[in-house]
Design a binder for this molecule. Sequence first.
Ligand SMILES: *Cc1c(COP(=O)(O)O)cnc(C)c1O
Length: 341
Amino acid sequence: MIDLRSDTLTKPCPEMRQAMANAEVNDDVIDIDPTVERLEQKVADLLGKETAVFMPSGTMTNQVALRLHCRAGDEFICESGCHIFNYEQGAFAQLSGLVAKTVAGEGKVLKKDQLVNLINPDNEHAVRTKLVCLENTHNKGGGVVLPSEGVAEIATWAKENSLAMHLDGARLFNAVVQSKKTAADWARHFDTVSVCFSKGLGAPVGSALAGPLSMRKEMVRNRKVFGGGMRQSGIIAAGALFAIENNVERLVLDHANAASFAAVVDQHANLHVDLEKVHTNIVIFRVDPEIGSAKEFVDRCEAAGVWMYPFSHDTVRAVMHLHISDSDARRAGEIVCEVAK
Ligand SMILES: *Cc1c(COP(=O)(O)O)cnc(C)c1O
């Protein structure tokens, strides 16, 4: 089975497991776990931020970030397809009393001009507009890398209007290797940045939220209220450290595999890929109705040995990762075309 459902499926390699087994640990709630501390410092340095806090998931880092920038009765602006709005159970509303103002970006990319009239007036009728959240790379956008000038324009406008900026960078390192910009180059437009170690980087668990030192206490406090205070978490932090030290540059291989898979799939008359949009490790392709719905097509592909998720009624998502070789990627494309016949 060639499993292209997600880049979260990867299992730690023997060297990563060894690093985890050897990790020096301590109670990170009562004291400081030295391995967690090393990871947090490394992430802060990479992102050019003063501090970073290790958390169990990207959902938690995002939700903690929202609470740093917003209070109950505030709102944030985000792209309508983003993870924070679509895939986190509306935690911002359930747990923090926040409202999301969603804006559909062209190809999931927001432009400053779409946002300029969206700040609520300061009166008792409206929720207060406090924050802009962007996602890079954008999952629903098929792993597209945001245009950096566009991000800079939004950030400048946000600053002029006293709005904070948060980046959901679950796949920021995919954007880093694709754009040849550093993580810090991307991060400097944002007050807080969330990154995941358990996506393309291949660690079993963990995310980090980076930002100014002045926010660290609140990050840790909010992590605790969400149940994310962890004790000897150096064990999992060691996996994340290994991932960030060893698995960033190799993301180019996943990107090349996505491109070759996409090229094969797009050759079929009834399968369509916007090849220009295949920037990183995700491929979204459209299935013509005559071969069935995306769900039906995905079921047939699974039976033929390629596992993917339907992404809408007529689109399918395939994701490349550490366990997919270049021949797997090509073979998967051929199987998908075979099934579409
Ligand atoms: C996976 C992901 C997250 C976080 O997911 P968790 O499963 O909670 O770690 C956040 N944002 C994006 C864009 C993601 O793809």
